[in-house]
Ligand binder design. Structure first.
Ligand SMILES: [Zn+2]
Length: 123
């Protein structure tokens, strides 16, 4: 017999709370305002910017911050966002980690806008 639904406070809090922290976009600040801005960006620029730089057309699935929010980047500056397909969103994440590890965060926006300026592995 199914258990009746219980209130939020009655849930086994430990695992749920942990999972929420790790996965919730809302908890990282991606609220309804961002979702609207992101949707509007993809309406205006439907294709992956990284793919376009190499002459391909792929729909953008994520709107990414060129200079990461976590490192002090602007949430809403239009020139700090670009739409990416899932493959390139993953590659951008790797490029961010590389930039942090090599102390080159300030070069990220340039690397996003100019593929020839990127480290070879990200071209
Ligand atoms: Zn792409």
């Amino acid at each position: 017999m199914p258990q009746p639904l219980r209130g939020r406070g009655a849930r086994p809090t430990k695992t749920l709370a942990k999972r929420y922290e790790r996965t919730s976009a809302t908890s990282r600040g991606y609220d309804h305002v961002w979702r609207k801005v992101s949707a509007e960006h993809r309406r205006r620029y439907p294709f992956c910017a990284w793919c376009e730089q190499s002459g391909r057309l792929e729909f953008a699935k994520e709107v990414d911050h060129k200079f990461p929010i976590a490192d002090g980047g602007s949430w809403y500056a239009p020139d700090n966002r670009w739409g990416l397909c899932l493959k390139h969103h993953g590659l951008k994440g790797q490029m961010e980690r590389f930039a942090r590890q090599t102390d080159q965060l300030d070069r990220l926006p340039l690397w996003c806008d100019d593929p020839t300026a990127r480290p070879a592995r990200f071209q």
